[in-house]
Design a protein around this ligand. Sequence first.
Ligand code: HEM
Length: 204
Amino acid sequence: MSLFRKFSVQSNILFLNGFVPLVALSLDLYNGQLGANPPEAIIRTTGVLSIIFLVLTLFVTPLVRGLKLNWALPHRRNLGLWSFYYACIHLIAYIAFDKSGKLDDVIADIVKRPFILVGFMGFLLMIPLAATSNTFSLKKLGIKKWNLLHKATYLISIAAAIHFTMIVKSDYFYPTLFSVAIAILMLWRVRFQIAKRRNLHLKH
Ligand code: HEM
């Protein structure tokens, strides 16, 4: 892989887009600018960042297949990883601040509060995807198995949308926005598969 390809302008822009919110959040925390409840601000911000990167990950396939913007494909992996990194910070912040690091309390919360259970299931599903996001795993599993495994992204997105909607008590604008975006991106895939099968059928 050439140095140019490795550090392409797009990869650098994506890296900055992933990294800058984390730096901004850390600076705000350091400067005491996270409002009256900094732990809540950290948990909420990282949750929103995770779902934003998740939606961006889902957006890549329609860009490539629908609009033939092939340059977007190599970035899908990093977008998914940024979603995972923010979900990790989200979970760590929740365990550290909300539950004072007590794992017993975390388990009790998972059992007691359905929105925590849904978020946790989404997070668990993210782990095998993040672990197999490298080229080595792709080669080892083979493209068919790898693609099948990575279809879990849809379940993660559904879990994230439900988790977000369950948390909100009055202003449903953002959970609805993300849920609609996720639904449209999934419906697009269903339509694409139907059209693909129909074309194959016509050819034979
Ligand atoms: C690991 C399991 C998870 C736990 C324990 C967890 C826990 C939480 C908690 C405690 C909140 C704050 C609720 C409140 O302020 O009342 C929250 C909010 C949120 N979480 Fe999670 N979460 C998890 C996974 C995820 C995942 C995987 C995503 C996205 C991919 C996500 C996205 C969000 C969003 C968008 C919010 C709402 C932020 C807002 O209120 O503006 N969470 N989560």
